[in-house]
Design a protein around this ligand. Structure first.
Ligand code: NI
Length: 375
């Protein structure tokens, strides 16, 4: 009851904020899906380009966009496959799958975005369309809802905002403004991670750090700083093994030990998992027992080790709801982050953790499912 009354007060305050923006209902329609992007196919057991639309796969009305990645990325033959319930992008990655193509799909299809240490070049792909959301918003406005319905929607929106604020320790994320989740893998690595956190602090940004369990004990102070400053500590397995090569018990052990190591260092047990290389198969999906967070902008920073290319990979493509993959291990990735973060701020992006973005977009993250964006 006490919680309720606090929420009520927060809701009342938020009503004032949102009184002139009765757009929650319309936008909620487009909040409950995430496109899963397949960039590469390393699981030989699965058929390339398998399409398995999952629950909540509301596709944007527009055709989406598909763009190739930084210089050197091979995917230049993007095309949109008609007839799918979400935009499906087929690319020619060169020498990978037998058909020379892979596709963006929704749901739990076999997929393996070229990973941080993989050998597959992964073009940057962006999917979805802000135009669709904007169009729906404008349409809803034009319909001119009844005053009572308008007030109800406002109250609901205010309550959601208040709830969200309560869940994020007083940090308010505006669901009507663009947001992006910057993610940094393979740390902790204080020489880079602390620079990134210094910069994020200047702009009120938060990031998600997917850490390798066997590195954590050596860098506890950095992990504790992540928690203290509101970043999300997340699991990248105990030893960075490719889980699709392991049996069920080993998969579970890699995940549990990674969570244990992080929790021991900072007191917070991770809620999210990133698969090494993004690789998975049915056994992996059945045995991690955590939401698995992929990405839809792959900077290839681990490969290029070039800050200019990493900056371009983000700033040339970034849009609301994206998950950006970078790595904490490389100085050049830190250099790039120090340029990316101020510019995202200039463009009005909220830099949020993955869990914050899911909450803001109305997505409940579920164990055993894959998420690569929140468009
Ligand atoms: Ni990794």
């Amino acid at each position: 009851m006490r919680r309720r009354s606090i929420l009520g007060m927060m809701a009342a305050a938020a009503v004032t904020l949102f009184a002139v923006q009765p757009v929650f209902a319309a936008e909620a329609v487009f909040s409950a899906y995430s496109n899963v992007i397949v960039a590469g196919q390393s699981d030989s057991g699965g058929a390339p380009g398998t399409s398995a639309p999952g629950a909540g796969s509301l596709g944007p009305a527009g055709p989406g966009t598909s763009v190739s990645g930084p210089a050197g990325a091979p995917g230049s033959n993007n095309q949109i496959v008609p007839g799918a319930d979400v935009p499906v992008f087929v690319q020619s990655p060169g020498n990978e799958s037998p058909s020379g193509s892979f596709a963006a799909v929704s749901g739990n299809a076999e997929m393996a975005p070229a990973g941080d240490e993989g050998t597959v070049l992964s073009p940057v792909i962006t999917a979805g369309s802000n135009d669709a959301e904007e169009g729906a918003r404008q349409q809803a406005e034009a319909q001119g809802a009844e005053e009572a319905a308008m007030q109800q929607a406002e109250a609901q929106g205010a309550e959601e905002a208040a709830m969200q604020q309560a869940q994020t320790g007083g940090r308010y994320i505006d669901p009507n403004k663009p947001m992006v989740a910057l993610t940094f893998d393979d740390g902790p690595q204080p020489s880079v991670g602390n620079r990134i956190m210094d910069c994020l602090a200047q702009y009120g940004g938060k990031a998600t750090f997917f850490m390798v369990g066997d590195r954590v004990a050596s860098h506890q102070a950095e992990v504790q700083r992540m928690v203290a400053e509101g970043h999300e500590v997340a699991n990248h397995t105990m030893n960075h093994k490719y889980l699709q090569k392991l049996g069920a018990a080993e998969i579970q052990a890699q995940v549990v030990k990674g969570n244990d190591a992080i929790e021991a260092a900072c007191g917070v047990r991770p809620k999210l998992l990133r698969l090494p290389g993004g690789n998975h198969n049915a056994a992996v999906r059945a045995n991690t027992h955590m939401p698995m967070i992929q990405w839809n902008i792959d900077t290839l920073d681990w490969k290029t080790k070039n800050a200019d290319k990493t900056v371009a990979a983000v700033l040339d493509h970034v849009k609301d709801g994206d998950i950006v993959l970078m790595h904490e291990l490389y100085k050049q990735s830190g250099d790039a982050a120090l340029r990316i973060i101020p510019e995202l701020h200039n463009r009005g992006f909220q830099m949020v953790t993955v869990s914050e973005m899911a909450a803001a977009k109305g997505v409940t993250l579920e164990a055993g499912k894959l998420y690569s964006s929140f468009h």
